[in-house]
Design a protein around this ligand. Structure first.
Ligand code: GLC
Length: 817
């Protein structure tokens, strides 16, 4: 079938030519139907089974299922029989629905929940979604349609929606394009794309979820289909947005807003969130292709400590293995890995190692032998093994869509875990095969008993690999949280792993692409994401490297990585001046750790994206829909990375309200643009007025120091503001049993007073006793401080900030002017 399908084209059959075309020379079959695009026809009947409604046009059937008050699923069965209801993306199947009903009107059926009405028009089967006020949020342009695929079986399935003249589109995972996707067409087919270019497509990940911003109101569409899928956002025709697939079912979820952040949150309700990562995983990580032999690894670690540059993890890329055989060590380079890892751990470094899916065909290699004996490897249509070349040479590949294979794969990590390895990096899992790119379509997969060819399993292969890794590690580490990172992903991968954006380049353009990709991944459900800081291939100069480290502080995952043929990439590799700035910024990451960790908690627990683009923060302002460079990390800190060489200043838009420039606490008024100076050792970082941001002392790694007293930076703001602070063990799953502490600080500021209330939730206890409050920019001189009704003392520090020490258990602090 043609790559360049035209989704919107409505082909009319010419009766005469139909007969001509089916004429067969030897055996004329005159009534054989011609293959053509077919559209849903007039609705003939409807039925209901609990929260599911079925509409029938005599041949095809459509299911409209109420998932929650705000989420409705639509499915199409061209011949009236639905496929098995199975999805790798969906986290759980049962949800709370309050009320729903179907009302029959003269020309339409209305499936109504408390918030959404799904209208199915009788005559033409057009489906639309309306809010409570009757505003159409999203509507079909043409009825859902399909075309039979005689070669592979099944159907090409299509959905074409109307597009408003200014409608903006966001989401779709890792696409390297403008932030607003309008005017573009995309393909989802996980691809190993070394040194990809701006607008190159497809890339490594398939997240078939987008957010539409229709006249300022947001909704989401999640097209849960693992085959090769396509999205056209008013590119072919400005009044149409289409999504279609080369197979599988036309199945999508409409997700109601109207706030973009709620669409993202609800998408997380469907597909899950990332579990809380271990604290060390959000520190600074140093990676390289590859650090070896052992002496080299130890040297890098020693340099970090000698130079007092914080670092939590060192990565071993493929060269640690014996001939690239996964789950083995090259004993020449690493004669005693356990000892090395132990020593590194004593110095505060976690060791993370690479594991690829391709297993070397080698009868003397235990992993290959086990896989072969148990028939765990993928096979071609005619039963040959799927063989292809990757790093180790000729390889075979486990079928990760088989639950038994996943179980086995999980156990393979035991040896490395016993050696002390703390995290695992799954790569090349698009799957990548040298020469031909990936597997041929005829490779067969178990697909959790649903069976399928590679056409169906390709886009979930990487996800199922890292799922197997995560599930295995969860058992091996017992109650400790694993750390995993994957290159390929499908919707829902966030339940098992963090991601990085693959093999980028050391160019200023790629720094900008990274800023776009991480924001996009964040609103696409994959918040724990990062780029190869500094650029994977090519050589950054000190300035590009340093500006990228600055952006890295505000990347949820912060790791420097580079290709094997590049020069050194440690923070000190570019000379003293750059080292000093990099150190300052890596230290900043560690100071902000309690805030960053709390933002991760908001993601895990409540489904809020970690990076929040301006269009999400202020969707009601049209000029914000195109903004790409400013974003907030959590709710309180807004940044705008510097993306050009020699840049002395940049225009930064600040959302409404007051903002503090981080480096000098000057106040800027939001709701407008400002020209901000960008000296090399600063970047535009702003804190929202009214915030309480906890700060840790600089540590060389996350667990280094016990907190004796917690510094709280209180950025004065008028009116009422809430800030959250989260803590727990930092590495166990006890938080799932409520062993955590979520603090909410509620500040209310006036011209002559500031009140701070504290509310606590959870069962964890901090070991420190006191807070040290730093009161920033009070608009008055303090006359009195009352803590839970009792007056206490206060001082001014050397920089002129008021400081107040209070018990960590306070309920209310009243500061009066
Ligand atoms: C791939 C990965 C890269 C890694 C290299 C060697 O290119 O994307 O991160 O360093 O393989 O394993």
């Amino acid at each position: 079938m043609k790559e360049n399908l035209d989704p919107g084209e409505e082909t009319n059959t010419n009766e005469e030519s139909t007969l001509d075309n089916v004429h067969h020379v030897n055996n004329p079959v005159l009534d054989l139907p011609q293959i053509e695009k077919k559209y849903l026809d007039e609705i003939k009947s409807y039925s209901q089974s609990e929260n599911t409604y079925y509409f029938y046009d005599g041949v095809a059937k459509v299911e409209v299922k109420v998932i929650t008050d705000e989420i409705i699923r639509v499915r199409l069965a061209p011949q009236g029989t639905f496929l098995e209801d199975f999805s790798y993306a969906i986290a759980k199947k049962t949800h709370r629905i309050s009320r729903h009903q179907c009302i029959e009107e003269e020309d339409a059926y209305l499936v109504k929940t408390n918030t959404v009405t799904c209208k199915i028009s009788k005559k033409d089967f057009l489906i639309s979604f309306e809010n409570r006020e009757g505003k159409i949020m999203n509507a079909d342009h043409s009825p859902m349609h399909w075309e039979e695929n005689p070669d592979a079986g099944g159907y090409y399935v299509y959905c074409t929606k109307q597009t408003e003249s200014k409608e903006a589109f966001y989401g779709l995972g890792d696409k390297a394009s403008t932030f607003n996707l309008r005017g573009r067409r995309f393909t989802n087919w996980n691809s190993d794309t070394y040194a990809f270019a701006f607008n190159q497509d497809p890339l490594y990940k398939t997240i078939p979820f987008y957010i539409g911003l229709n006249d300022g109101d947001a909704y989401g569409i999640f097209f849960d289909n693992t085959f090769k899928t396509y999205f056209d956002f008013a590119s072919e025709d400005p009044v149409k947005t289409s999504f279609w697939s080369e197979g599988g079912e036309l199945q999508y979820y409409y997700i109601h807003g109207p706030h973009m952040i709620d669409v993202v949150r609800r998408y997380h309700v469907l597909t899950g969130t990332h579990y809380l990562p271990p604290l060390w995983a959000i520190g600074y990580h140093q990676c390289r292709w590859s650090y070896y032999p052992e002496a080299n690894v130890r040297h890098v670690a020693e340099e970090f400590r000698k130079r007092q540059i914080p670092c939590d993890a060192i990565y071993l890329d493929i060269d640690y293995m014996d001939g690239y055989r996964c789950f083995t060590w090259n004993k020449q380079y690493f004669p005693d890995p356990k000892k090395m890892i132990f020593d590194l751990a004593n110095d505060g470094f976690k060791t993370v190692v690479m594991i690829d899916p391709g297993l070397k065909v080698d009868e003397n290699y235990w992993v290959f032998k086990e896989g072969k004996e148990n028939k765990y490897f993928c096979r071609r249509g005619d039963d040959y093994f799927m063989e292809g070349y990757v790093w180790p040479g000729r390889c075979q590949f486990p079928d990760f869509t088989n639950p038994e294979v996943r179980e086995w794969w999980g156990t393979l990590y035991q040896g490395l875990v016993e050696d002390g390895v703390a995290g695992f990096w799954n790569d090349m899992n698009e799957p990548a095969v040298f020469g031909r790119g990936t597997f041929p379509d005829d490779v067969r997969h178990n697909f959790d008993g649903q069976r399928g060819s590679h056409r169906k399993a390709h886009n979930v292969y990487g996800m199922q690999m890292v799922r197997a890794t995560y599930d295995g590690l969860k058992k091996l580490y017992k109650n400790k949280r694993p750390f995993t990172i994957t290159r390929a992903a499908y919707a829902g991968t966030q339940r098992y792993s963090s991601v990085w954006t693959g093999d980028n380049m050391a160019t200023w353009e790629h720094l900008k692409i990274g800023v776009l990709q991480l924001q996009r991944l964040s609103v696409s459900g994959i918040s724990f994401c990062g780029t190869d800081i500094g650029g994977f291939t090519g050589e950054p100069d000190g300035e590009l490297y340093t500006r990228w480290v600055q952006f890295g502080v505000f990347s949820p995952f912060m790791r420097v990585h580079s290709a094997g043929d590049t020069r050194d990439r440690e923070p000190w590799s570019f000379g003293e001046d750059w080292e000093k700035i990099c150190k300052k910024f890596i230290e900043l990451r560690y100071k902000l750790l309690p805030y960053i960790y709390s933002v991760f908690w908001e993601q895990t627990r409540y489904g809020y994206p970690i990076l929040r683009p301006i269009s999400l923060i202020e969707q009601h302002i049209e000029s914000n829909w195109q903004r790409e460079e400013e974003f907030s990390f959590g709710e309180k800190i807004l940044v705008s990375p510097v993306l050009n060489p020699g840049q002395q200043s940049k225009i930064v838009y600040l959302p409404e309200g007051d903002w503090y420039y981080y480096f000098n606490n000057h106040i800027f008024q939001g709701g407008q643009e400002h020209n901000i100076e960008t000296p090399l050792d600063e970047m535009p970082i702003f804190v929202k007025a009214g915030s309480v941001i906890a700060e840790y002392p600089v540590m060389q790694h996350t667990g280094e120091k016990k907190i004796e007293e917690l510094l709280l930076n209180v950025y004065f703001g008028k009116g009422i503001n809430k800030s959250y602070l989260y803590t727990d063990h930092g590495d166990t799953f006890a938080y799932e049993q409520d062993v955590y502490l979520e603090k909410c600080f509620i500040t209310s500021g006036t011209d002559h007073s500031l009140d701070i209330k504290q509310q606590l939730k959870g069962l964890f206890t901090e070991r420190y006793e006191e807070y040290d409050l730093k009161l920033i920019q009070l608009p008055f001189d303090i006359q009195k401080v009352l803590v839970d009704g009792k007056e206490i003392g206060y001082q001014k520090d050397e920089s002129g900030y008021y400081r107040v020490r209070v018990s960590k258990d306070f309920e209310d602090i009243l500061i009066q002017g």
